[in-house]
Write a protein that binds this ligand. Structure first.
Ligand code: AMP
Length: 426
């Protein structure tokens, strides 16, 4: 049987991994810039964690999770998003007790959702996310948004819009919940079965229903912003004022509710009309989640964060091939004695920190030169029978095309001297 990767997954081949590393490096640099530290949590967690954190009326939990029983019959789930695991680890490891009250954490890695694979949607995809836990302040909301904007700007994405909204605190959400129920009550039997369940359990989720999205009552639904309590309103006004001061463009989007249950107060999305992504693509989003730490058994602790889909960031990065550094040395042995010597030399060169490779296919010079070319080797080192006898190698600089005989004991010194005179090589 011919094996195929599971539907909705992709292989990142060696030719593409350089680009991924470039993206990861850029994200890590921005994190260092914002003093955000990495956390790595398990790829699978107890299913209950996601039911609790993400919410069992969300599509992600009710329809898209990869859930399985382990050998002891415990229900486990491949993580569909990053925040739940980070907050679980924050509580379990008591990071709230650290002297720095504001913990700024990032993660990147694969996430799993059983969705219909299509352009830009996979079943295994990658997210980069940031969580800022411990301080309830509009300044921290804005720091988070700034970071998200920095990422898309660093990637050179054009026509970006920051959409923001507020879901408010518990008091605002209770008032809004009631308003939504009153709004949809007269047409309840026209909504899909899922929405009828949502109506009781979590009416906010009706607003992101994919089945009923064109129902006329959707357009006229009450908006969160009109139900904010006084303090929630003040928080949101401060967020807007700070963005204004920093001259960050944004749009208040009253329809933005986000698809996960844990959000409260500020929510935001970064939408791009860059032709590379297609009009109106959401590159990432996030918001504040003040109840989540407590929900997962920790002390009342506010949090705010965002996540980007890394596949979308990769598209933004463009597909010009990544120019890697090129090898320092490609070793070209001719004959078995030369090959034995080549193994000695390559081991010694690698131990000295040079990047090198050698022919393992017993080819003639022509084929070996082609490899040296493909690997963009600075030097080709030719070792024939003659050289073995004389205890030398033939070093050809592929830039100047100069070729010199170098005694075995002088190889490292020769390469170093050569590089010193060559300002193109760092
Ligand atoms: P969410 O956790 O649903 O807020 O998603 C955050 C970001 O992750 C989205 O804006 C997308 O860029 C990305 N994303 C979510 N689901 C997928 C998927 N199935 N395939 C690829 N990217 C995804």
């Amino acid at each position: 049987m011919a094996y195929k990767a599971p539907r909705g997954t992709v292989d990142i081949l060696p030719a593409q991994s350089g680009k991924w590393q470039e993206l990861e490096q850029l994200l890590r640099t921005i994190c260092a810039n914002y003093n955000v530290k990495e956390m790595r949590t398990p790829i699978f967690e107890h299913t209950e964690l996601f039911n609790r954190a993400v919410g069992d009326t969300t599509d992600v939990v009710s329809k898209e999770m990869y859930t399985f029983e382990d050998k002891k019959g415990r229900s486990m789930t491949l993580r569909p998003e990053g925040t739940a695991g980070i907050v679980r680890a924050y509580v379990e490891n008591k990071l709230y007790g650290l002297p720095e009250k504001l913990q700024k954490i990032y993660y990147m890695g694969p996430m799993f959702r059983y969705e219909r694979p299509q352009n830009g949607r996979q079943r295994q995809f990658h997210q980069f996310g940031v969580e800022m836990l411990g301080v309830e302040s509009p300044y921290v909301d804005v720091e988070c948004m700034l970071m998200a904007v920095t990422v898309v700007e660093a990637l050179g994405l054009k026509n970006i819009q920051l959409h923001i909204n507020s879901l408010g605190d518990q008091e605002s959400r209770d008032a809004y919940r009631e308003a939504l129920q009153n709004h949809f009550q007269p047409v309840l039997n026209e909504l899909c079965h899922d929405c009828q369940v949502r109506y009781e359990k979590n009416p906010l989720r009706i607003l992101d229903c994919k089945v009923d999205k064109d129902h006329p009552m959707m357009k006229t639904a009450p908006q969160t912003i009109d139900y904010l309590s006084e303090s929630a309103r003040a928080h949101f006004d401060k967020v807007c004022a700070l963005l204004d001061d920093l001259e960050i463009d944004y749009v208040v989007d009253p329809n933005l509710v986000r698809g996960l249950d844990y959000y409260s107060h500020t929510v935001f999305e970064i939408i791009s009309d860059d032709p590379k992504l297609g009009a109106g693509s959401t590159v990432g989003g996030g918001g504040r989640y003040n109840g989540l730490v407590e929900e997962l058994g920790g002390p009342q602790t506010p949090g705010v964060g965002f996540a980007f889909g890394m596949e979308r960031l990769m598209i933004a990065l463009g597909d010009e091939p990544q120019e890697d550094e090129g090898l320092d040395v490609y070793i070209m042995p001719l004959g078995s004695e030369a090959k034995d010597l080549a193994m000695q030399i390559i081991t010694m060169l690698r131990a000295n920190g040079f990047t090198c490779d050698m022919d393992q296919c017993d080819r003639g010079l022509k084929g070996q030169f082609k490899s040296a070319d493909r690997y963009r080797a600075h030097f080709s080192m030719i070792i024939g029978e003659e050289e073995v006898k004389k205890e030398v190698v033939n070093m050809k600089c592929n830039h100047s095309k100069e070729q010199v005989e170098v005694p075995l004991e002088n190889i490292v010194e020769f390469i170093e001297n050569h590089y010193e005179g060559d300002h193109d090589h760092e």
